[in-house]
Design a protein around this ligand. Structure first.
Ligand code: SAM
Length: 271
């Protein structure tokens, strides 16, 4: 009984401010996770290119990205960004803002919290909030702020994950730890996101990214695990070598470790 109680108590709440602050101090953890997806995706289309494919914006668009992380969306699509677009990239982590700035992306950069955006109302054609709304403690407040930033007819682009995302990975970690399978507690998923967005936006569409992971190398999966809550809180550096052997045996046995991905994008239009 005791291990189960410990596991439940340690379940990751993605909107816990202390976890989020520590996790995104700089770009290292995020880079490890992006690397696994980029290296082993079954999709022929790059995730960031796929996101960019969905942008339908004026020629002279003003765009605000919140929770921009390392700015990967912009440096990956550098050649596609019209020079007349005006970008503002923001994140509440100063380390992330500095990392994004260091990429040389042509944008204004700001450290700001999605719950209190320090920009003039109704001056953006688009707000982009990718894989970050599940981290915001007061999500309705952030959605009101995003809506406030948009011009009439402006759009929110918000990528997130579904509940099946990475389920074999969570199962693997559970087996390794000898505990119950668990997935992160998340407040904004592909399944529940539209219901929350329709309270603030006139029209909401959902697009799913068709991709899974076929992992054939040990180290990127170990780095993925150690970059997040499971590695830092549940596994710990002392057990990383045991985890490495565990993952190696699994990949050697099956040749490939299949991981379900459930990622997609909401496009929400302001009335
Ligand atoms: C999973 S990363 C996603 C980064 C980027 N959007 C991407 O898709 O690569 C989440 C980012 O949201 C930022 N973040 C978390 N909570 C935030 C908040 N309340 N306001 C602004 N940014 C936040 C984190 O610092 C981190 O950079």
């Amino acid at each position: 009984m005791a291990p189960r109680l410990v596991w439940c108590a340690l379940r990751m709440n993605l909107a816990d401010p202390a976890f989020v602050k520590d996790q995104y101090r700089d770009g290292a953890n995020l880079d490890a996770r992006i690397a696994l997806h980029e290296r082993f995706s079954t999709s022929t289309r790059d995730w960031h290119a796929w996101l960019f494919d969905h942008f339908d914006l004026p020629d002279d668009a003003r765009i605000l990205e919140i929770g921009c992380g390392t700015g990967a969306l912009w440096h990956k699509n550098r050649a596609r960004v019209p020079t007349v677009w005006r970008l503002t990239l923001s994140d509440f982590s100063l380390g992330m803002v500095e990392t994004a700035r260091a990429t040389g992306v042509s944008a204004d950069l700001a450290q700001s919290d999605a719950q209190t955006l320090p920009f003039r109302a109704a001056c953006f054609d688009a707000v982009i909030a990718n894989h970050m709304l599940y981290h915001v403690p007061d999500l309705p407040r952030a959605l009101r702020e995003i809506r406030r930033m948009l011009k009439p007819g402006g759009k929110l682009y918000a990528a997130t994950n579904g509940i099946a995302h990475m389920r074999e990975y969570f199962q693997l970690v559970s087996n390794f730890l000898g505990s119950e399978p668990s997935v992160p507690l998340t407040q904004f998923t592909l399944e529940n996101g539209a219901d929350q967005l329709v309270k603030h936006f006139a029209r909401v569409e959902r697009f799913d990214f068709d991709s899974h992971l076929e992992v054939t190398e040990v180290e990127p999966l170990v780095a993925y695990a150690m970059s997040g809550f499971t590695g830092k809180q549940l596994i710990g550096n002392r057990r990383v070598e045991t985890l490495r052997r565990y993952v190696a045996e699994r990949i050697a046995r099956d040749g490939v470790f299949h991981i379900t991905k459930a990622a997609g994008l909401f496009v929400a239009r302001a009335g």
